[in-house]
Design a protein around this ligand. Structure first.
Ligand code: PLP
Length: 378
């Protein structure tokens, strides 16, 4: 990737050039408004239908249950706010939800009189059925639990959590943020027994500005307007963007193994070269996102290590005091503290190469050793 080694695919991914070209080509033929009844509009409408059907099939849903959005923040906002009826109730979210869910739930509290409950996670960042049972009860009307965590890569057994939720709160709706999971692990919305599932294009080498919400329940729309998306989301749809999202999911699924191979190679090299380093979150395998490496380098402060890596051209992210000095909520919920050491997240993508991974690990080892010497840490 030119002069930078990009290992921050959990934040966003570079657009797959083939998808970029495909979108541009399709703009020439599918530029019509899908609602127009002339041939140009109908062509766009058909393309939109095809993309919807393809994407729905990829996640085990029906095409009519899928709404295209501008991304996952919108999809999750629509799920949380749109599921809340007129009467206030209780909303329960896991302690490690993304801000898209957290702030939507907070809005229910601040503006609509709801009560918020927080579902704890274990020391690996996973929600356990017993943790859910602690806070979810008959008054709970919305539960949000992510399928895979964006920071530490912890995967939740959503089907087991859904079972627990339905036993304790039969009227509650389950909102699942599958942003990090789609394309990297099999996602079947019916097997999850979720009510709403959100995804986005830019985490899987698709374009920014397109996402989707699968929902099997009726939701009050966030965006009203011309009645598009069956009245669920106003605004003229883009058939090329919808195609790009479906294509990105298909390509990511086909190449998910590469992400894992690069992550495993990275971890093997980091573990061998960085003194004292240890993994945060679940062990690689069933309960850890295949492209996620999250580590703690004990004895070192996070920000200087992050900065040294950035200066060396390696783009990663820090789970701790990166912006504004606030410690990660996710790590705090797992019982971690800033004093543990430097927390770093390194996430691989479809275009990550072995050479990049090896160089990044070497630069991390060099930066950590230099910082240790500078600070006089043993
Ligand atoms: N949920 C998770 C877990 C994420 O990682 C992100 C990405 O930032 C989002 C939601 C928000 O997605 P978007 O950027 O498409 O709004």
């Amino acid at each position: 990737m030119g002069e930078f080694i990009y290992l921050d695919h959990g934040a966003t991914t570079p657009l797959d050039p083939a998808i970029g070209r495909g979108m541009l080509e399709r703009e020439a033929t599918w530029f019509g408004n899908p609602a127009s009844l002339h041939p140009v509009g109908r062509a766009a409408g058909r393309a939109l239908d095809e993309a919807r059907a393809r994407l729905a099939e990829a996640i085990g849903g029906a095409a009519r249950e899928l709404v295209f959005t501008a991304g996952a923040t919108e999809a999750l906002g629509m799920a949380v706010l749109g599921a809340a009826g007129e009467r206030p109730g209780r909303v329960a979210i896991s302690a490690v939800e993304h801000a898209a869910v957290r702030t939507a739930a907070q809005r229910l509290v601040d503006e609509r009189g709801w009560a918020l409950d927080v579902i704890p996670v274990d020391s690996e960042g996973r929600v356990q059925p017993e943790g859910l049972a602690e806070v979810v009860g008959p008054e709970t009307r919305i539960v949000a639990v992510m399928l895979a965590n964006n920071e530490v890569g912890a995967i939740n057994d959503v089907a087991a959590l859904a079972k627990q939720m339905r036993a304790r709160a039969p009227r509650a709706r389950l909102v699942v943020d599958a942003v990090q999971a789609v394309g990297k692990l099999p996602v079947d919305v019916r097997a999850l027994d979720a009510d709403c599932v959100a995804l986005t294009g830019h985490k899987l080498h698709g374009p920014k500005g397109v996402g989707a919400l699968w929902s099997r329940v009726a939701l009050r729309p966030l965006l009203v307007g011309g009645g598009q998306e069956d009245g669920r989301r106003g605004g003229t749809q883009s058939a090329p963007l919808a195609w790009a999202l479906a294509e990105a999911v298909a390509r990511q699924r086909a190449e998910a193994g590469h992400l894992v191979a690069m992550r495993d190679r990275l971890w093997a090299r980091v573990e061998a070269r960085v003194a004292g380093v240890h993994l945060t979150g679940p062990a690689p395998g069933r309960w850890r996102l295949g492209n996620n490496l999250h580590v703690c380098v004990p004895g070192l402060p996070g920000e200087p290590l992050f900065n040294a890596l950035a200066a060396a051209g390696v783009c990663v992210s820090t789970g701790s005091a990166c912006r504004g000095g606030a410690f990660s909520r996710v790590l705090a919920a797992m019982g971690r503290a800033a004093s543990d050491g430097a927390y770093l997240r390194l996430t691989t993508g479809r275009f990550t190469t072995e050479a990049e991974v090896d160089t990044a690990a070497d630069r991390l080892a060099a930066a950590a050793a230099e910082l240790r010497a500078l600070l006089g840490v043993g």
